[in-house]
Design a protein around this ligand. Structure first.
Ligand code: NAD
Ligand code: AKB
Length: 301
């Protein structure tokens, strides 16, 4: 028997593609997509509804949970109390259901766990003093993975770039929005400075990393199991513009930094992912130009 899978936050940027990938791997009938919003093929489940989660997990004999429901950094800093509630209490509800029903859990972390005291290339092990509430909730998430007494795993996703669903209220959203603006308007007003460098990753790499991590036998995973660093490609906003101009030479970008610049400045430029490479064979496939090529191919298809 294959796994019975629950995905929370399934209508978001990652869920849109992860549900598809899990369905291809394990069969569509094995995957139950849920979100607080409604859409065809997706059940309503609010991660604050502890009883609802328990009943669904038990009733559907769920064995694996991919817990994607969260508020991201920009939305989270505008609503810090709600961000803490959804990201921490929501996760606690998922963990309680997993403990009661023997489920394995994937709960994503983020490069937002790092703070201004982190080296510009973030090591796997370094003090975690994030400047945002969102980052703090992700540190708690990683700690819970180590103490919950269940098989819980996570990745410190960089900013994710994809074309199938919009980015969901984060600081790295400019690296997604820019493609839509480039094609629709020929111009983008970017909310971070041209020299802002952040770790980023094309969604195909992120989905593959997620599936690979969840496949690895538990004994191979050490103390980073709650949040492995995984690097994709690191680039400045200006370098992204130059890569887009290979496709659209007339494309222009202006820069009007807002409050999200502060969050971006508190995160590292790049990340070291040696441990993920050693322990479970992680390797990215997309660099800046191949990611941009894939975005244009996807958006123009
Ligand atoms: P997203 O904002 O696109 O999607 C989140 C989904 O959660 C939305 O569909 C939303 O409706 C749903 N949701 C919100 N509140 C809910 C609730 N109370 N109950 C149930 N569902 C609720 O986010 P995403 O980009 O898909 O991110 C998924 C996870 O990955 C999050 O934990 C996020 O922190 C993490 N992550 C994302 C990125 C990225 O660049 N996308 C990077 C690092 C980490
Ligand atoms: C955000 O910008 O909030 C997310 C993330 C890096 O966690 N994309």
């Amino acid at each position: 028997m294959g796994p019975r899978i629950l995905v929370t936050g399934a209508l978001g940027q990652i869920g849109t593609e992860l549900v598809e990938a899990l369905g291809e791997k394990h069969g569509q009938e094995s995957v139950i997509a849920t979100d607080v919003r409604s859409a065809p093929g997706c059940r309503i489940l609010d991660v604050m509804d502890s009883a609802g989660i328990q009943s669904l997990v038990k009733g559907e004999e769920i064995t694996e949970i991919y817990h994607l429901a969260a508020l991201l950094s920009a939305t989270g800093e505008r609503n810090p109390d709600l961000c803490w509630k959804i990201n921490v209490e929501g996760l606690e509800n998922i963990i309680a259901a997993a403990q009661a029903n023997g489920c394995k859990v994937f709960a994503p972390s983020s490069i937002a766990v790092f703070g201004p005291d982190c080296p510009s290339v973030a090591p796997q092990v370094t003090p975690l003093n994030p400047a945002t509430v969102y980052g703090k909730t992700k540190v708690v998430c990683e700690q819970l993975a180590m103490t919950a007494g269940i098989d819980m795993r996570g990745l410190r996703y960089p900013g994710l770039i994809s074309y199938k669903a919009p980015a969901g209220g984060g600081t790295t959203d400019y690296a997604v929005e820019i493609f839509h603006a480039a094609l629709a308007e020929g111009h983008y007003t970017c909310f971070v400075r041209e020299d802002t460098r952040l770790p980023m990753m094309y969604m195909d790499d992120a989905i593959r990393a997620t599936l690979e991590l969840m496949e690895v036998s538990s004994e191979k995973l050490g103390g980073a199991r709650g949040g492995y660093n995984i690097a994709g490609c690191s680039f400045t906003a200006g370098e992204l513009v130059a890569s887009i101009q290979r496709h659209l030479p007339e494309f222009t970008c202006s820069y009007e930094p807002d409050v999200r610049q502060k969050y971006a400045d508190s995160w590292p430029d790049d990340i070291e992912d040696d441990l993920a490479r050693e322990e479970w064979g992680w390797a990215p496939q997309f660099d800046l130009d191949s990611m941009v090529d894939a975005m244009f191919a996807g958006l123009q298809a």
